[in-house]
Ligand binder design. Structure first.
Ligand SMILES: [Zn+2]
Length: 507
């Protein structure tokens, strides 16, 4: 098929088709009209890459892996000419190397994925030194976007520093997006410091993500944002005052902002850091100011913190978030959705508080029985009272939802340091019951849901309701659902799965 239509193809994605025969991959070189080519996950030698790219005069976007054995000296001058015309390059590195970047002199977008292992398969320790002969340096002068995502490991940190060193020498004037995603801490280097000084002086950023250790108050205050669209302050010790001041800077609105990541920013919704603890109640006026100024947010992450609403202020975090009518993805800590003032009423009706399970004195919960709510009126009453029910009613376009306990750590995280300790769930998260989580069934466009560390779940009956209503569900991830060590939701889960016709990913 590729042979027959090769002359007409403009975009070709053969990513992760590692099983393609080399003779088939070679046909790509005859797709002369190609503008976009994705070969990530295909094992291609530098000689073969050179042959493929030599004829592709119209190619502007390329995605490619750099594997061991790569030698930029083997790239023909025709191949280099093609690379010189690229506007966007996605490069995954399995060895310490600049890859094809030094040949790409017109790049506007550079996306780098660092996947170098600290040791070879034979157990040899790898070094962060670049390959011999890689004396050419990258040309970044036209860059608008620099993105780097690092897999865990010391060596990836070493290699990203080499890429950054070049960037700090001369910061491109048009740089608008600067994003580095690192597991754990990346020690701040001299080059990084120079880079930020230069960025603060010369560029205004629209999209911004930095390692935690590089984010501190003084650095952030010097950064200039113009019409920001994507901002990540993940795990940064930023206060609500600093955040609102930086974003809203004296009455400025943030209508351009579509994505705000405040994951692990435990104090970002409180006003005065020195006297606050992460479990203290949030200052709703901070959140209200922030959300009112960013009405077009599509993605919001507030996980890995507590964000408890005050019992007395009368305002709940969920009430404020319900202004975000366009939200597509939302990540919240479990305890942040709890209605603390409702706990007493729940206990009196025999529902959903941790004390209920202790009253049963180990009596087995009837698995699969529809425990919540017992009477339809009870459910109606809950819908009216529950801030979470009201919130999800107001943001019906949500496709990705995460409810993760603020003390939850994955045992096998992909892009975070593994933490072996387990911490007990926050006390307030015990108040979040099956009946509360059933609120998710209002989101009929939901495609992905993660529920982790919800100790207040007793039977998992909420899963059945979600499965019935959320027919678009593709991804379901459950961890520490219900009491630790007691998998009481299995029957509900099985029933749920009979409704999930499109589910692709279950963990
Ligand atoms: Zn909490």
């Amino acid at each position: 098929m590729l042979k027959v239509i090769s002359r007409d193809i403009c975009e070709l994605d053969i990513s992760y088709c590692y099983w393609l025969k080399f003779s088939t991959v070679d046909i790509v070189s005859s797709c002369r009209k190609l503008v976009k080519l994705d070969m990530a996950g295909c094992c291609v030698t530098s000689l073969r890459l050179s042959k493929i790219l030599s004829n592709l005069n119209f190619l502007r976007l390329l995605s490619v892996d750099i594997n061991s054995g790569f030698d930029s000296g083997q790239l023909s001058s025709e191949c280099r000419t093609t690379l010189g015309r690229l506007r966007e390059l996605k490069q995954t590195l399995f060895i310490p190397s600049y890859g094809v970047v030094p040949c790409c002199t017109s790049l506007e977008k550079l996306l780098l994925y660092f996947e170098v292992l600290d040791r070879t398969h034979e157990g040899m320790v790898m070094s962060g030194q670049l390959l011999v002969g890689e004396s050419n340096v990258p040309h970044y002068q036209n860059l608008r976007l620099f993105y780097a995502r690092l897999a865990p490991g010391y060596i990836n940190e070493e290699v990203v520093r080499l890429y950054l060193a070049v960037l700090s020498d001369r910061t491109p004037e048009n740089l608008r997006s600067f994003l580095i995603s690192v597991p754990g801490n990346l020690t701040e280097s001299r080059a990084a410091k120079n880079l930020f000084e230069s960025m603060a002086k010369n560029v205004t950023l629209e999209a911004f993500q930095l390692p935690k250790s590089w984010l501190n108050g003084s650095l952030l205050q010097h950064m200039k944002f113009s019409c920001p669209s994507y901002l990540s302050f993940s795990r940064c010790m930023i206060s609500g005052e600093q955040l609102t001041q930086m974003l809203l800077n004296g009455g400025r609105d943030c209508k351009s902002l579509v994505s705000l990541n405040l994951r692990g920013c435990t104090l970002c919704l409180t006003s005065n850091i020195p006297f606050k603890k992460p479990e203290d109640d949030i200052d709703c006026s901070v959140l209200d100011r922030l959300i009112s100024a960013c009405p077009n947010l599509l993605h919001l992450n507030l996980s890995s913190a507590h964000h408890h609403s005050s019992d007395t202020s009368g305002m709940h975090l969920c009430d404020i978030l319900s202004q975000l009518k366009k939200l597509r993805s939302l990540s919240l800590p479990v305890c942040a959705i709890a209605d603390s003032n409702r706990t007493g009423k729940n206990q009196s009706t025999g529902q959903s508080s941790p004390s209920t399970s202790s009253i049963t004195f180990g009596k087995k919960v009837r698995i699969g029985a529809q425990t919540f709510p017992k009477v339809p009126e009870e459910q109606d009453k809950l819908k009216l009272q529950s801030a979470f029910w009201k919130l999800l009613k107001e943001i019906p376009a949500v496709e990705y939802l995460e409810l993760i306990g603020s003390n939850f750590y994955s045992v096998m995280p992909r892009n975070d340091p593994a933490i072996r300790n387990t911490y007990p769930p926050c006390k307030r998260s015990h108040n979040v019951s099956d009946a509360d989580v059933t609120a998710i069934s209002q989101l009929t466009f939901l495609r992905s849901i993660t529920l982790a560390q919800l100790p207040g779940i007793l039977t998992g009956s909420c899963l059945v309701s979600i499965g019935r209503s959320c027919q678009q569900l593709r991804t379901l991830s459950l961890a520490n659902f219900g009491m630790m060590g007691k998998v009481v939701f299995m029957s509900s889960l099985c029933e749920m799965l009979t409704h999930c016709k499109y589910l692709k990913d279950l963990r």
